[in-house]
Write a protein that binds this ligand. Structure first.
Ligand code: DLZ
Length: 158
């Protein structure tokens, strides 16, 4: 990542980012796996479409979304990794588990990004039910995995 001060226009004109030599970590939660697999596929395809090399995409799975933070840290600590994309699906149930997980992951990923000074993307789909989750994994609301990869690429333009 560039550390020198650039013109303000350089920060905004980052529609094209050369990611051909960038290395990406994908951290994918296994809970709701049929959905997180679709998110991961969307992210993976988006990175390739924008020029990333297959061998520069490192996919790792974690048990559930709560573990995304530590998974992200395991990858982000490596200097060779330029950005980490975290993908999970948390569906509201009878208890407040979703609240605890979602907030923990949001705080956790923020901290990892700041600690290692690199993009750590929050690709967590947080919904009230399964249908809303499916809508966001290749359904009528697109694929949040694609958006997460796009966010990573955008941030690498800084
Ligand atoms: C325990 C749990 C529950 C109830 N729901 C979800 C969920 O909807 N999505 C998800 O990714 N993970 C869930 N988990 C698992 C937790 O994220 C975590 O893996 C366990 O609490 C172990 O730390």
């Amino acid at each position: 990542m560039a550390t020198s001060l650039k013109n303000l226009s350089d920060y905004t004109a980052n529609n094209f980012v050369d990611i051909s030599d960038k290395r990406f970590g994908l951290v994918v939660a296994e809970w709701n796996r049929e959905i997180t697999d679709v998110l991961a596929q969307g992210a993976h395809e988006t990175l390739l479409k924008h020029g990333a090399k297959e061998e520069n995409i490192y996919r790792n799975s974690v048990p559930g979304s709560f573990e995304l933070t530590l998974g992200a840290q395991f990858l982000a600590q490596h200097e060779e990794i330029d950005a980490v994309i975290c993908l999970g699906v948390v569906i509201k149930g009878d208890t407040k588990h979703d609240d605890y997980i979602n907030h923990a992951v949001a705080h956790g990923l923020t901290n990892v990004g700041l600690k290692f000074n690199k993009p750590v993307i929050f690709g967590l789909v947080t919904t009230n039910n399964l249908e809303q989750a499916l809508d966001r994994a290749g359904g009528k609301h697109g694929n949040k995995g694609v958006e997460a990869a796009a966010a990573a690429i955008h941030m690498l333009g800084f």
